[in-house]
Design a protein around this ligand. Structure first.
Ligand SMILES: [Zn+2]
Length: 280
């Protein structure tokens, strides 16, 4: 049987509710196939049919914002030279301003200058403004993407959903961290060979690569979004783990996506948003 046919059958089995929702503890059927990362991250939504997870409608709806935000960040760095791709990014930007203005406005501040050497500046040349890491709304949304990614990838790697008592600890780093040498030192030893999604001649190399490792009950997962940023997710399926919590990572539990945007933070008033958007 061809690869495409096998995937189609799997999607149908997901729609039939044969698998549990991997995002809320494996306790309800997952009836909607959820693409991780989302299709809008890719030009004309063309994406290999891999990493598709069973999701209940609550988790799917709750993570719609994350999908748009990840696509927006992942496609903005570096600027594309392709006109039709720039149009697509523009459409995502308008949707961001309308629906997720707290995150869209996060970019209207002076980025905290990082001390970089001449050689590091040279490496950065050609990149646009780095992702602003100081805004709580950006932070929270990427953290929740990390939680979603960890929950899905743990199921893919182990065949088990993270149960309700399990926890996920996301972390993320941007292009600036990479150039400034501030990535975790053992990152590429732990994940020596991140892979793109591939289906025939279609692949995601340069835009999205991923890697997963298992250590007993635990699992760790890496997502690389081109030159923009990377997300790490550590999964502790048996409950809270002090060492992860002490590292300052947000502790996320299965089902957290259902909260929806902005994931536990308050929505801002029109006045507050105006102020944020009018920052230099
Ligand atoms: Zn769910």
């Amino acid at each position: 049987m061809g690869e495409a046919r096998q995937k189609a059958i799997k999607h149908q089995r997901i729609r039939d509710g044969e698998f549990p929702c991997v995002y809320c503890g494996g306790v309800v059927p997952g009836e909607e196939p959820d693409h991780m990362p989302p299709r809008i991250l890719f030009r004309r939504k063309q994406r290999p049919n891999d990493l598709v997870f069973p999701s209940c409608s609550g988790c799917n709806r709750g993570s719609a914002a994350i999908d748009t935000i990840i696509a927006w960040l992942g496609r903005s760095y570096p600027d594309s030279l392709d006109k039709s791709e720039r149009e697509e990014v523009k459409a995502i930007s308008s949707s961001m301003i309308t629906n997720y203005p707290e995150v869209a406005s996060a970019f209207h501040i002076d980025p905290e200058p990082l001390p970089l050497s001449q050689a590091q500046m040279k490496t950065l040349r050609g990149m646009t403004t780095p992702v602003n890491v100081n805004d709580p709304y950006i932070h929270r949304c990427i953290d929740f993407f990390g939680a979603k990614f960890g929950l899905g990838m743990h199921w893919k790697l182990t065949g088990n959903c993270v149960p309700p008592e399990g926890r996920v600890y996301p972390q993320w780093f941007t292009n600036y961290h990479a150039v400034a040498g501030a990535l975790p030192s053992d990152l590429f030893r732990v994940f020596p060979n991140p892979l793109p999604l591939v289906q025939g001649r279609l692949h995601t190399a340069g835009r999205f690569e991923h890697g997963s490792v298992r250590d007993g009950e635990y699992s760790s997962h890496l997502a690389i979004f081109g030159e923009s940023f990377i997300v790490l997710a550590f999964v502790a399926p048996n409950g809270p783990e002090l060492c992860f919590a002490e590292s300052g990572a947000l502790e996320c539990e299965p089902g957290c996506l259902k909260a929806g945007y902005p994931y536990g933070l308050p929505r801002l008033s029109a006045d507050e948003l105006r102020q944020r958007f009018s920052r230099p």
